[in-house]
Design a protein. Structure first.
Length: 296
């Protein structure tokens, strides 16, 4: 049992292919929600959301190849995460749940809802889930490096101490200004190894496989457009390094021609790719989750 933010979190595991999936649960008497994190993140990315959703029974897995699930074997890819999410529901004895996905996790959520609309009747997609097919002949590895290069670079870094590691994140332009218990708990969960060679727990092969699906897999890119995928897309105003160019803008979202009756989309002002999950912006994400629960 761990404390992250103010909500009391419990650790559990669920049987999946090749082992057991690590899951953080913030228990509640209300309806179930499953939250899926980003490509180099972990379950504690949703600690602030748990605080903002008192009473909701929130489950956030460490996705295959990350944090407590780092030892789970390949093959990786978004389809594997979908299978793991369904296995989690089965283990919990749940017929259905609302899905929240951030970044890569939003693509997983959309794909899960497209494949299993009866199990995942509503989704909340946060700064992810809507993709744009790359031009023919695009080098996917190069594109992945261009989009999440700094995050991937971190996976090969080592740190002499936990203090050095935390200092690295305090200097991160998108996370440092929002530093607090939620952010500190989130980044610390990813830390593994022994000093002076502490490192990220993320498995690079998993990141590469998942990133390739996000950027170029036809089923993944089509998922959010499927009629069984219903919910809301929220996007951040700024990018992964708090830069003005974000992953989405009004023009790109409009060009994607999402059905506004099935998947309305809106920007959360004053946020970047990471801070959208931390106070105060997380209250808007929580409101979208409550709406999804009411509609589901």
């Amino acid at each position: 049992m761990t404390t992250s933010g103010s909500a009391l979190a419990r650790d559990l595991t669920a049987p999946v292919r090749g082992g057991r999936l690590a899951v953080t649960r913030w228990p509640g008497d209300g309806p179930p929600v499953v939250a899926l994190h980003g490509i180099t993140a972990n379950s504690l990315a949703f600690a602030a959301l748990a605080d903002a959703l008192p009473g909701v029974d929130l489950h956030a897995p460490d996705l295959r190849g990350r944090a407590g699930s780092a030892e789970l074997p390949g093959p990786y890819g978004l389809g594997a995460h979908v299978d793991d999410t369904v296995a989690l529901l089965d283990h919990l004895g749940l017929e259905r749940a609302v899905l929240v996905g951030h970044s890569m996790g939003a693509f997983v959520a959309a794909l899960a809802a497209a494949r299993h609309p009866d199990r995942f009747p509503r989704v909340v997609l946060v700064d992810g889930g809507l993709g744009f097919p790359p031009p023919g002949g695009t080098d996917i590895d190069a594109l992945l490096k261009a989009v999440i290069g700094p995050a991937m670079d971190r996976l090969s870094m080592t740190f002499a101490s936990a203090e050095d590691y935390l200092a690295f994140f305090r200097a991160h332009p998108a996370l440092g200004p929002h530093w607090g218990p939620h952010v500190a708990g989130y980044v610390t969960r990813d830390l593994t190894g022994r000093a002076p060679e502490l490192r990220s727990s993320c498995v690079l092969d998993a990141v590469r496989a998942d990133g390739a699906d996000v950027l170029g897999d036809a089923e993944t890119l089509a998922a959010v457009h499927q009629p069984g995928v219903r919910g809301e897309l929220l996007w951040a105003e700024r990018g992964l390094l708090d830069e003005p160019r974000a992953l989405y803008d009004a023009g790109r979202v409009a060009a994607a021609a999402l059905d506004p009756a099935r998947m309305p989309a809106r920007r959360i002002d004053g946020t970047n790719h990471y801070s959208v999950l931390f106070p105060p912006a997380v209250e808007e994400v929580a409101a979208a989750v409550r709406e999804a629960l009411a509609e589901g």
